[in-house]
Design a protein around this ligand. Structure first.
Ligand code: GLU
Length: 922
């Protein structure tokens, strides 16, 4: 540390001129830091203005000391020397130990001390200390301003990074959580420089996006540099700097950083008083208005400063708060002192560190300060606003802080906080201004979009003529079109680049490793700005990243293969009754026919007179031969009836029972036949998730590591939980790596596997694969959204664009394009109509068997006719003494003569030899 102590008497010429004027000595302790020169200039300028231009009877005699932390002993000696000279007030220094010492000496001898730095200890010191005035914003005020800003910024949680314990003292009161609704806050000690990185890494892994940085001005840049290296300086992070001098730093190296960096400032760098003061200082430097400075060391300092900074290069931004406050403290002191002296004629008596004697003016000055009110003017314009009130502890109690935001390389004011209204801030930038700014910012943005391949959201584009494709041209699909629409000039007017997520996953949290994968991981690591694909908005993901409003709504459903229509069998008409039943029917037919025959033989009523005209017949005749019995039962079975009917009660009973039997059997057959014909239209055997869960024949699964699997895993509803257990224990695995594999498995598993998939993807597959179907309703309802890192400034604008697209029907149009038109879409819509029409009418396949039976029956009848014919030929040959061949030719000729209506009788009474067809007698 620079050990030089400068002892200064300025303006010796003025001293000569003002010998008649009352001399007021003041002690100024300046810290040995980079504000030393500026402070010297500030002091020189105010002394010069007071001594030369204001109409006071005083001559200010400043004694300036440059002190550093270790100079406690020497400073003590200097302090005592000053007291012995008789001084009116002490100013500074910031160095805590030296200040402590000076504070105790000056309060002991009752010499007013002006402090220009943050001093939380003043609040806890003995109230009896009179005459200590601290112009710096109070610790309480600062923390109130901070908590108001945090509240206005809507931070839900944040971390305070601090360098020393004082910060906790300073901020904890205002930042502590009073209700669960207050944001959660964490305090982290930055420790030494070597420790910063470790702490920042911890901050990063905690995922906190809002930070309050409390550190010395000189350390701000180093800490932010490290934060930038660790990607803690993204546009999704926001910082509040508690340091009031952040505006003095050179921010040019952070000009590309999109982080919101906010700070407080006591000085209004745009204020006219400030500009004027700085102008004067520059002129003093330029024209050497310091006069002959007796102190060679200070002369040298000023020379150095002039060389280092060319004239007029002091800017309001170079001024630290404490330097401006030193200027204001001198102004305040001389204004109050001169006013008091006019009334009370103060004297500055030499004192001693060894004695207990106190100054004669100190107490009066302190009382006057307490009584001060707004009306009492200052001799010069203040740089840090009004200073008319100090509280019991000596803190300044009225001031205003500017809330400033880093914009490119400089800070600009966005709001104001006043100590009078600690719970509110006054905005300087309206919401509209902010929106306009954001729009401009977006227009310059190229969003890094991360996505994954999956039909029809993102697919590899087919290169025309085998050419290679680059950039966004490599892909096409719904997601690409959505981004195209969002970035249109009428929306965000932005640009974007699509990249694929390395692991191809959507985003799943592993509680063991405490890591996310897939798209969510990319966003959390700020490797991408947006995640666009069929990414489901889930509660867990929402906790990690932000989502826009949903651009598509859907639900989990069951994808299953349609029942394959088996070609109907030839004898399918027999299917309504089982083979067994047919056998039983045939047996019953025979038994009933025989029963009928026997019963009819036994029943006297069925023995009839063969010649009804003869009342006394010799013999009776029974028509119920076995042939006739069979004919009756067959006729009634076929619902055709028969011209022979029984007459006896018992035979009628047998016939009636048979008719009853055939009635019921016929009805059953018809009903079952209808059911069989509609069977193919009845669909699958499962109709809901409950059906699926209740059986074990059909296996089912879903995509691994997606929202669907999470739905089943985390669901406590018994059916879904059971389904999850089933899926997990299935061998081979029921899970698939992607939807495509799931669809393939459904198609190839012959209805032994169902895939739980999101309804939008099911719709897409069903448009192209007509063998697929959706079973039952959706199990839940959710949506796809565009994901982005938390706290993204673009969320609002993208939401607006999505809403607009939804209202204008663009989203619907895009869905139709990728679902129904592109890549073979719409195929199954046509198929669906044709199958419906088909189902309405029966094809030949269904009734072919009936034709076959008919044909077989006719052929059989023909064969029997042939046999009967040949049998008759044999008889004709015997009776007519012809060779069988002659008889055959003769009979054949006759049979072929279709015009012959009569045939000669071959043998009288032998009807069975040749049936005579007699012409009806006229
Ligand atoms: N859309 C789902 C997700 O975002 C993936 C598909 C699924 O799980 O069915 O995780």
């Amino acid at each position: 540390m620079h050990k030089e102590i400068a002892f200064l008497v300025i303006f010796s010429s003025v001293v000569q001129y003002g010998e008649q004027r009352k001399q007021i000595s003041i002690g100024i302790f300046l810290d040995d830091d980079d504000q030393y020169e500026l402070s010297t200039i500030a002091v020189s300028s105010i002394v010069r203005r007071i001594n030369l231009f204001t109409r006071t009877d005083y001559l200010l005699r400043p004694h300036i000391f440059r002190v550093s932390n270790g100079d406690l002993l020497e400073t003590g000696q200097l302090m005592c020397q000053l007291i012995e000279r008789g001084i009116a007030a002490i100013f500074g220094p910031e160095s805590p130990e030296i200040n402590e010492m000076i504070q105790s000496v000056s309060s002991g001898v009752e010499i007013p001390q002006f402090q220009t730095f943050w001093n939380p200890k003043l609040a806890s010191t003995n109230r009896s200390i009179q005459g200590i005035f601290n112009l710096h914003p109070t610790p309480k005020g600062l923390s109130q301003a901070l908590s108001t800003l945090v509240r206005e910024n809507d931070w839900n949680s944040y971390t305070v990074l601090y360098e020393n314990e004082d910060a906790v003292l300073r901020l904890q009161e205002a930042l502590k959580r009073r209700s669960p609704a207050d944001p959660a806050v964490q305090f982290r000690n930055l420790g030494s420089k070597d420790n910063h990185r470790t702490v920042l890494k911890e901050v990063k892994s905690s995922g906190v996006l809002h930070l309050i940085l409390d550190c010395e001005t000189a350390h701000i840049m180093d800490i932010l540099r490290e934060a930038r290296e660790l990607k803690l300086l993204s546009e999704f992070h926001s910082y509040i700097l508690t340091n009031l001098d952040a505006h003095t730093l050179d921010w040019s190296e952070f000009k590309d950083v999109r982080t919101n960096i906010t700070a407080f400032r006591l000085l209004d760098t745009e204020n006219k008083n400030m500009k004027h003061a700085v102008l004067v200082w520059n002129q003093m430097l330029k024209y050497d208005w310091f006069g002959p400075v007796h102190n060679i060391a200070l002369q040298k300092e000023l020379e150095l400063f002039r060389k280092k900074k060319p004239f007029s290069e002091i800017r309001p931004h170079d001024l630290h708060t404490k330097t401006a406050l030193l200027y204001d403290a001198l102004n305040l002191f001389i204004s109050v002192y001169s006013e008091l002296d006019t009334k009370e004629k103060l004297t500055l008596k030499p004192l001693s560190c060894e004695s207990y004697e106190t100054s004669s003016h100190g107490r009066k000055f302190a009382n006057r300060m307490k009584e001060r009110n707004q009306e009492l003017p200052l001799l010069l314009e203040p740089l840090t606003g009004d200073m008319w009130k100090f509280d019991q502890n000596g803190y300044r109690s009225n001031y205003k802080l500017q809330i400033i935001e880093l914009y490119a390389t400089e800070f600009r004011m966005t709001a104001t906080w006043r100590s009078k209204y600690p719970n509110s801030i006054t905005l300087a930038l309206t919401e509209k201004d902010r929106d306009t700014e954001l729009k401009e910012k977006i227009q310059q943005r190229t969003f890094r979009v991360v996505s994954r391949l999956g039909d029809p959201y993102l697919m590899q584009a087919v290169p025309p003529n085998g050419k290679s494709l680059y950039g966004n041209d490599r892909y096409e699909g719904y997601s690409m079109d959505i981004m195209k629409e969002i970035c249109k000039p009428e929306n965000l007017n932005c640009s974007y680049t699509f990249e694929l997520v390395p692991d191809g996953m959507y985003g799943n949290y592993d509680p063991k490793t405490k890591q996310w994968n897939g798209l969510i991981k990319e966003l959390l690591e700020y490797k991408a700005d947006l995640g666009v694909c069929d990414l489901t908005i889930t509660y867990e993901r929402r906790k990690a990243v932000d989502f826009t409003m949903p651009f598509m709504t859907l639900g989990i459903s069951i994808l299953y293969a349609k029942a394959v229509k088996e070609p109907p069998e030839l004898l399918s008409f027999s299917h309504p009754l089982s083979f067994e039943v047919w056998i039983y029917i045939a047996t019953s037919y025979l038994i009933i026919s025989i029963t009928m025959f026997l019963v009819a033989r036994m029943n006297p009523n069925d023995w009839e007179n063969p010649h009804p005209c003869d009342p006394y017949p010799q013999e009776l005749e029974n028509i119920w031969t076995i042939r006739n019995c069979c004919w009756l039962t067959l006729g009634s079975f076929m619902a055709q009836g028969c011209d022979l009917l029984p007459k006896g009660i018992s035979t009628r009973m047998v016939a009636a029972m048979w008719w009853f039997f055939t009635l019921i059997m016929g009805a059953c057959y018809t009903a079952n036949m209808t059911a069989f014909l509609t069977m193919s239209r009845m669909g699958p055997t499962i109709e809901s998730a409950d059906d699926l869960a209740a059986q074990t024949k059909i296996k089912y699964g879903c995509l691994e590591g997606g929202a669907t699997s999470s739905f089943f895993k985390d669901n406590n509803f018994s059916t879904y939980h059971r389904m999850w257990v089933q899926m997990e224990s299935a061998e081979p695995s029921a899970f698939e790596k992607n939807n495509k594999d799931g669809v393939k498995r459904v198609l190839t598993s012959k209805r032994k596997y169902a895939f739980l998939m999101e309804s939008s993807s099911i719709e897409y597959e069903m448009e192209r694969n007509c063998e697929l179907m959706q079973v039952g309703n959706n199990l839940d309802s959710k949506g796809y959204g565009i994901a982005m890192p938390n706290n993204s400034p673009y969320r609002k604008s993208i939401n607006e664009a999505i809403l607009k697209m939804q209202e204008m029907g663009i989203l619907h149009r895009l869905k139709d394009k990728w679902w129904k038109e592109m890549n073979g879409g719409g195929k199954c819509t046509k198929d669906k109509h044709s199958t419906d029409a088909e189902a309405a009418e029966m094809g030949l396949d269904n009734v072919g068997g009936v034709f076959v039976v008919l044909a077989a029956g006719v052929i059989l009848a023909f064969l029997i006719a042939m046999c009967e014919f040949l049998w008759n030929v044999r008889k004709v040959a015997v009776v007519k003494h012809l060779t069988p061949k002659e008889a055959l030719i003769k009979e054949l000729k006759f049979a072929m003569n279709i015009w012959a209506r009569k045939k000669e009788v071959t043998t009288s009474g032998l009807r069975d030899i040749s049936l005579e067809t007699l012409e009806p007698k006229m």
